[in-house]
Ligand binder design. Structure first.
Ligand SMILES: O=C(O)C(=O)C[C@]1(C(=O)O)C=C[C@@H](O)C=C1
Length: 373
């Protein structure tokens, strides 16, 4: 696929990331721990022909020092052995120039930039500079915080260094309330990034969104419904003893079960168990909506107090027109029906005016405080 990307102004030529069968599946351990662990996991994975690429973390960016920070260079040797034995192309995360140099030295096929690196333009630039003149596919995970421009900026930096085989990985975002996920999927991001970076393959990393095995199926299926091109799912020959992210990794057999349960062609009808998950998701989203509506109405009340004190009209036609135009633009970008959003905004506006009327009426009818003698 070759495209001249208008929004981003980057040139892409995606080869390895688009497999003939959709989606492209990348799997392997969160961290390389030993040659045996890598080989056993890879041997398990090749029993399932749907797995296209073997991944492993060699250098692990950890929140606090003292945790397992990856095996480093020796892991690249194990990765090379995996490739020789199984024929699977290999992928590792790189975060600085040294990682890039070592990964290239050991013939790694695909690199990815992790969420904690994408947040830092200096680091991304260092990786990009180290890749100058190298022809290798690079995937970019979203930054930890929900900042799409930062994500696109990383793509641009790599592209300017000559990397055209680019892809994106959606791994969820850190938000004030991620529950029940480890990282909030903010699914609307998928449409946003698709419209801003058309033609760039988009992967989903359900392992980092879910953070737990039992949510992997729901998250993976949701991502497939939204049309992602591939999935990156962590697997480990014995997840319970994994040195990092034990609760989100599956065994190779577990991965096969998961893939069997998914509709990889996006036409999946939910199972009874998934219906339960989907209903929990609806519960959570409705709760979020109600909390947000409460906050909005409280803000409107404070604006009402300001209007009362400054003798302003409650209805502000100009402000409302701008607000509706902005929200409709977002709805169209994200792919939410415009009529639906207009109806909701109408109801919100009416309620907001009602809240402010109450503020003003309450002030008009409340007895004046007695003057202090
Ligand atoms: O911006 C204001 O002045 C508000 O009172 C807020 C608000 C709203 O709910 O968004 C409510 C009434 C106005 O017609 C415009 C907007």
């Amino acid at each position: 696929m070759s495209s001249n990307n208008s929004n981003l102004n980057i040139t892409t030529d995606s080869k390895i990331l688009k497999s003939s069968t959709i989606p492209t599946l990348i799997s392997g351990p969160c961290s390389a721990e030993s040659e045996e662990q890598m080989l056993q996991t890879a041997r398990g994975l090749i029993n399932d022909h749907r797995v296209h690429i073997f991944r492993a973390g060699i250098w692990k960016p950890r929140t606090r020092p003292g945790l397992f920070e990856g095996v480093g260079r020796v892991g690249l040797e194990w990765l090379r052995t995996v490739k020789q034995e199984t024929g699977l192309p290999t992928a590792v995360e790189v975060a600085n120039a040294q990682h890039v140099e070592e990964a290239l030295e050991y013939g790694v096929d695909i690199l990815w930039v992790g969420a904690r690196t994408t947040v830092n333009p200096f680091s991304v630039q260092e990786v990009a500079d180290a890749l100058q003149g190298v022809d290798i596919p690079v995937l970019v995970k979203n930054p930890v915080n929900p900042d799409i421009q930062l994500w696109l900026g990383a793509l641009e930096r790599l592209n300017r260094a000559g990397i055209t085989d680019l892809g994106l990985i959606h791994r969820g975002f850190s938000t004030p309330n991620n529950k029940p996920y480890r990282n909030h999927p903010k699914w609307e991001t998928i449409q946003q990034i698709r419209s801003l970076a058309p033609g760039i393959p988009l992967f989903c990393d359900p392992s980092h969104i879910a953070g737990r095995r039992d949510l992997l199926e729901t998250v993976s299926q949701q991502a497939l419904h939204l049309g992602v091109d591939g999935l990156m799912i962590e697997s480990h020959i014995n997840p319970d003893v994994a040195l990092s992210d034990a609760s989100q990794q599956v065994t190779p057999e577990g991965l096969t079960k998961l893939l069997n349960a998914l509709d990889l062609d996006h036409e999946h009808v939910a199972s009874p168990e998934q219906l339960q998950d989907l209903r929990s998701l609806i519960d959570r989203l409705d709760h979020d909506l109600i909390n947000l509506l409460f906050l909005r109405s409280d803000v409107s009340k404070r604006i009402g107090e300001y209007k009362r004190a400054n003798a302003l009209d409650i209805f502000q036609a100009g402000r409302w027109k701008e607000l509706v135009e902005d929200r409709v633009r977002l709805a169209n970008e994200v792919g939410v029906d415009e009529g639906f959003i207009r109806a909701i905004l109408d109801a919100i506006h009416q309620h907001s005016i009602g809240v402010q009327n109450e503020v003003i009426n309450a002030a008009a009818t409340s007895p004046k405080k007695e003057a202090i003698k």
